[in-house]
Design a protein around this ligand. Structure first.
Ligand code: MIC
Ligand code: SF4
Length: 642
C-alpha cells in the first residue's frame, strides 16, 4: 500500500510505535522553534533537565510576541532567552527580525524534516513540505534535549484542489472555506494533505497561509508536497541545496477526501468569535468597519504585502478607519522599502507596525469600544484583541484593503482590476538579526541572565488513587486556551510568573474563578467538546495546576492542550456519554475512586456526592502518560528517566 507524504516523513522519523491510526508514536525531531511568550518557560524547563547542548539539527529561539516593552519584564525575558540560547546551542532571532513562522519558512525550514514549535501555528512549515507540529513548551524542551515527540498516529485527510483562484479570491479564502466545511474541530486527530492539480497555482506563501490555518481546524498538522514551486522558493532564499522532492504515492490511502474547485470560491469572512463562523463577504456588505489590521503569521509574506501596497497605491484610507500593517519579517519589510511599496503603504494613511505578532495577540492596536475590526489573522476569539466587546472578523488582505478604503465590509472585486504582482526571483538575504550560539568552549563560561520576573515553576503532585474535589467551574463547548489563560499586552509579560498570571485564569468566563479555586484547595473543571482548542500555551495547564485543579472532565479535548494537561500532571477524563455533562453542576462535590485501576482499564466512575449520581468516565492513557500523571509532571518523569 502506498504512503501519504506525512506517513513517509513519519516512517523516516519513527522511534517507537506502530503507524496505525489512534496508537501512540514517538518521533525523532530534527528542528525546534520557540517564541518568547512560551519560550521563557520552555527554556527554564530545558535548563532543569541539565543538558548542556541541544541535540537537534537546528533549534531557533524567536522574539516576536512580547515586543511591547512597557516595563522591564519583556526585556528581561528576551535577555534571558538570548543568553540561554547562546549557551546551549540555539540560534537567536532578535526582536524585529520577524514572526517565528514567517522567518522559519524563509530561512530555516527544510522539506521532509520534522519540526516542533512552542506555538500552535508551527504547521506553517507544511507549506514547504515539513512535518511541523505545535506543541507545549515542555515537549519542545524535551525534543531540544534529544527526546522523542509523542503523538497519536493521525488519520489522513486529503484536500484535492482543482481549478484556479479568480482575481481577489485568495489562499486565505481557501482556509476560510475549509473551516466552513470542517469547523474548528473537523481536523482533530488528522493530518491534512493538500494536493491535486490546483496546488500548482499556489506559491509557497499561499500554501503556508493554508497550512498555518489548518491549526484552526484542530488538525495535528497540514502539509503540501515539496515540488518545483518549493524549489523556486528555496532558490529565491539562496537555499536550493535544502530542496528535496516529496509527494504521496499514487496508491496512498486517505480516510477522507474533500474536493474543492478553486475557481468556484469567493471572498469569505469569519464572523465573531470563531474562525469557523464563515460566510461570504458579499453577505455582510455595507457593515461599518472601525479598524483593519493586516499581518500575522497567516498573511504577512512579501506576496501579501506587495498585493496590499499595489491596491493602496495612490489611494487614501477612510478617515474613520484605522489601518495597521505589520510585515512578517525584516526580509519582507526591507524588500518593501527597496522597491518603493512601503511608500505606497505609508502614503495611504496606514500605520506600519514592527515585524511581530502585534495586534494578533492583543499586543497593542486594540480596537475602540464595541469596535468592528477586520483582520487578516487566524483567530478571532472573544476578548483576544484586548477590547472585551470588540467584534473581530477574519479576512484576506484584499478584503482588508477594500474595507480600509471604503469604511465598510466590501467585496474586494469592487476595487477594479487586480494589479499584476511580479515576485522577485531572489529575496534579500540578511541574517544579521540571527545570532549564532557560542562554541562549546566559549559556552562554558557564559552566564545566564535572569530578571526578577522569573518566578518558581508551580509545584507538581502525582495523581492519587482517589480524588475528592469540588467542581469549581463548568464551561461550554469549544473553550479556547485564550479563555483559560488570556494573553494581551497587560498579561503576556508575566508568562514566566505563574502566580501573577493566575489572577486572570478563566477571566473571560468567570472572573471569580481564581479566588474560588484557591479557596477550594483542590478542584475539578468540567467542559464541553473540543476543550482547550487554539494556542499551544502550556500556561493554560500550568496556571490551573497552580490554582489546584487536579482533573478536567470534558466531552472531548483539543490535541495540544490535552498533552499539556498530562505534562502538567492534571488528569484529563471524558464523559462516556456526552449527555452526562448535564448531570454535574458548578459547586457539586465530586469524587473518583480507583484511579490507578481506571487508568489501566480506561474506565472510571465519577460520583456526584451532591446529587448521588454515578457517572461513567473514559480515558485512554499510554503507559508513558500514566507514568507522567503518577510522577506529577513530564518534568518529574523526565528527571526520573535521566
Ligand atoms: C496564539 O496565536 O495564540 C499564540 C500567542 O501564538 C499562541 C502561543 C502563546 O500563547 O504564546 C499559540 O498559537 O500557540
Ligand atoms: Fe503570532 Fe498571531 Fe501567529 Fe500566534 S497567530 S504566532 S500571535 S501572529
Amino acid at each position: 500500500m502506498g504512503l501519504t507524504i506525512a506517513q513517509k516523513i513519519i516512517q523516516a522519523h519513527l522511534l517507537s510505535g506502530e503507524m496505525t491510526v489512534g496508537s501512540e508514536i514517538a518521533l525523532r525531531i530534527d528542528q525546534t522553534l520557540t517564541q518568547d511568550a512560551t519560550g521563557t518557560m520552555a527554556y527554564l524547563e530545558f535548563e532543569s533537565m541539565g543538558i548542556d547542548r541541544v541535540r537537534t539539527e537546528r533549534s531557533v529561539a524567536y522574539i516576536d510576541h512580547n515586543t511591547l516593552q512597557s516595563g522591564f519584564e519583556n526585556a528581561d525575558d528576551h535577555r534571558f532567552i538570548q543568553s540561554i540560547a547562546k549557551k546551549h546551542g540555539i540560534y537567536f532571532s532578535r526582536p524585529g527580525n520577524g514572526i517565528c513562522h514567517q522567518v522559519h519558512l524563509e530561512r530555516f525550514g527544510v522539506p521532509g524534516k520534522t519540526l516542533i514549535g512552542s506555538d500552535s501555528h508551527t504547521p506553517t512549515g507544511g507549506g514547504i513540505g515539513m512535518l511541523a507540529f505545535g506543541a507545549g513548551g515542555l515537549d519542545v524542551a524535551v525534543a531540544m534535549g534529544g527526546g522523542a515527540y509523542y503523538i497519536t498516529m493521525p488519520k489522513m485527510i486529503k484536500v484535492n484542489l482543482t481549478g484556479k483562484l479568480r482575481p481577489f479570491v485568495t489562499a486565505k479564502d481557501v482556509s476560510l472555506e475549509i473551516l466552513r466545511i470542517l469547523s474548528v474541530k473537523g481536523g482533530v486527530g488528522s493530518i491534512i494533505e493538500w494536493g491535486g492539480e490546483g496546488i500548482q497555482t499556489l506559491s509557497v506563501p499561499e500554501r503556508a497561509t493554508i497550512t498555518n490555518m489548518g491549526t484552526e481546524l484542530g488538525a495535528t498538522t497540514s502539509i503540501f508536497p515539496s515540488d518545483e514551486i518549493t524549489r523556486d522558493f528555496l532558490r529565491a532564499e539562496g537555499r536550493e541545496a535544502d530542496y528535496v522532492p516529496l509527494t504521496s504515492d499514487p496508491d496512498a490511502v486517505y480516510d477522507r477526501v474533500i474536493d474543492i474547485d478553486l475557481s468556484t470560491l469567493q471572498p469569505m469572512i469569519a464572523c465573531p468569535h470563531s474562525p469557523d463562523n464563515v460566510v461570504t463577504v458579499e453577505s455582510l456588505k455595507g457593515t461599518k468597519v472601525d479598524q483593519v489590521c493586516i499581518g500575522s503569521c497567516t498573511n504577512s509574506s512579501l506576496l501579501d504585502m506587495l498585493k496590499v501596497a499595489a491596491l493602496l497605491k495612490g489611494k487614501t484610507i477612510k478617515p474613520d478607519v484605522s489601518l495597521s500593517i505589520s510585515p512578517g519579517s525584516k526580509q519582507v519589510l526591507s524588500m518593501l522599502a527597496d522597491c518603493g511599496a512601503l511608500s505606497d503603504i505609508l502614503a495611504s494613511g496606514a500605520r506600519v507596525l514592527e515585524c511581530a505578532c502585534g495586534p494578533c495577540i492583543g499586543m497593542g492596536f486594540s480596537p475602540n469600544s464595541a469596535g468592528v475590526s477586520l483582520r487578516t489573522f487566524n483567530r478571532n476569539f472573544e476578548g483576544r484583541s484586548g477590547t472585551a466587546d470588540a467584534k473581530v472578523y477574519l479576512v484576506s488582505p484584499e478584503t482588508a484593503v477594500a474595507a480600509a478604503l471604503t469604511g465598510e465590509i466590501t467585496d474586494p472585486i469592487l476595487l477594479g482590476e487586480m494589479p499584476a504582482i511580479e515576485m522577485p526571483k531572489q529575496f534579500k538575504i540578511d541574517d544579521s538579526a540571527v545570532i549564532a550560539p557560542a562554541s562549546l568552549e566559549e559556552a562554558k563560561n557564559l552566564e545566564i541572565l535572569r530578571g526578577p520576573n522569573i518566578k518558581k515553576f508551580p509545584d507538581c503532585r502525582g495523581q492519587e488513587d482517589s480524588i475528592r474535589a469540588e467542581l469549581v467551574l463548568k464551561v461550554g463547548d469549544n473553550i479556547t486556551t485564550d479563555h483559560i489563560m488570556p494573553a494581551g499586552a497587560k498579561i503576556l509579560p508575566y508568562r514566566s510568573n505563574i502566580p501573577y498570571l493566575s489572577q486572570y485564569c478563566f477571566g473571560v468566563c468567570d472572573k471569580t474563578f481564581p479566588e474560588r479555586a484557591k479557596a477550594a484547595g483542590q478542584s475539578i473543571v468540567v467542559g464541553g467538546v473540543n476543550y482547550g482548542q487554539g494556542s499551544s500555551r502550556e500556561h493554560a495547564a500550568l496556571v490551573p495546576l497552580y490554582l489546584g485543579v487536579r482533573v478536567v472532565i470534558t466531552k472531548s479535548f483539543a490535541r495540544i492542550h490535552v498533552a499539556n494537561l498530562i505534562n502538567a500532571g492534571i488528569m484529563p477524563l471524558t464523559f462516556a456519554n456526552p449527555e452526562d455533562y448535564e448531570k454535574v453542576s458548578q459547586g457539586d462535590m465530586l469524587s473518583i475512586d480507583g484511579v490507578w485501576a481506571g487508568m489501566d482499564n480506561g474506565r472510571m466512575t465519577l460520583r456526584n456526592e451532591t446529587t448521588g449520581e454515578q457517572i461513567p468516565l473514559v480515558c485512554s492513557f499510554t503507559d508513558r502518560q500514566k507514568a507522567i500523571l503518577k510522577a506529577g509532571s513530564l518534568l518529574a518523569y523526565t528527571r526520573e528517566q535521566i
